[in-house]
Design a protein around this ligand. Structure first.
Ligand code: HEM
Length: 182
């Protein structure tokens, strides 16, 4: 879907882990900032957890004056928060890992991007999940070039707590090693 960014990621991975059959460590991952940017941008456009619920334990008044009474059930819509033009600008629907460059993030509200939420009830598996996805992606991208004719707009989602697709994209995994076949 985004071959240009896949190539940049491949270059980064090969510069840090060029060997075959490598055990990817935390130390390798630390040296791959683009890998984290790619994963963050993916979770921005397709929030793994789309909705998070809360029940208010006391009355609350939001910044814009809206009064919310104790006991109110609230749904936080992370999916649309991460696609808000107000926060991410006019190109919000374009996949671009540069959104997560520190220069582009520094003036954003820290709650602009919360795929694992924040605060005392945030995801306990946050770091484990990130590290697992990073290691997995290093192995996949080292081995395969991923191709699809599908565009982001072709994807349709089921708004459950965790996101699901109505339609499944057709994806090709091409061996990078030309001596091997599919
Ligand atoms: C991409 C992967 C993942 C995402 C995006 C994700 C996201 C989230 C989110 C948004 C919540 C709700 C937090 C809230 O209510 O404020 C949550 C809760 C939780 N997650 Fe994850 N999660 C992921 C993977 C994992 C993994 C791998 C584990 C366990 C190893 C895990 C364990 C938990 C637990 C136990 C909670 C409940 C925390 C609580 O209510 O105190 N998550 N996660």
């Amino acid at each position: 879907m985004n071959p240009k960014y896949q190539d940049i990621l491949y270059e980064e991975i090969m510069s840090i882990c060029p060997e075959d059959d490598i055990d990817v460590t935390y130390d390798h991952i630390r040296q791959m900032p683009y890998l984290e940017m790619v994963l963050n941008e993916t979770m921005r456009l397709i929030s793994t957890v789309a909705l998070v619920g809360r029940k208010l334990r006391k009355d609350m008044i939001l910044k814009d004056g809206l009064f919310l009474a104790e006991g109110t059930n609230i749904v936080l819509d992370l999916f649309h928060l991460h696609r808000s033009k107000k926060i991410w600008g006019p190109n919000v629907m374009e996949f671009n890992p540069d959104n997560f460059l520190s220069t582009n993030m520094k003036n954003k509200n820290p709650y602009s991007f919360i795929p694992f939420t924040k605060g005392i009830r945030n995801c306990v598996g946050w770091r484990y999940a990130m590290f697992s996805m990073q290691i997995l992606l290093v192995h996949i991208i080292k081995e395969y070039e991923i191709k699809t004719k599908w565009k982001l707009d072709d994807l349709h989602y089921k708004m459950k707590i965790t996101i699901a697709y109505h339609n499944n994209p057709e994806i090709e995994f091409l061996y990078r090693n030309k001596n091997l076949t599919k």
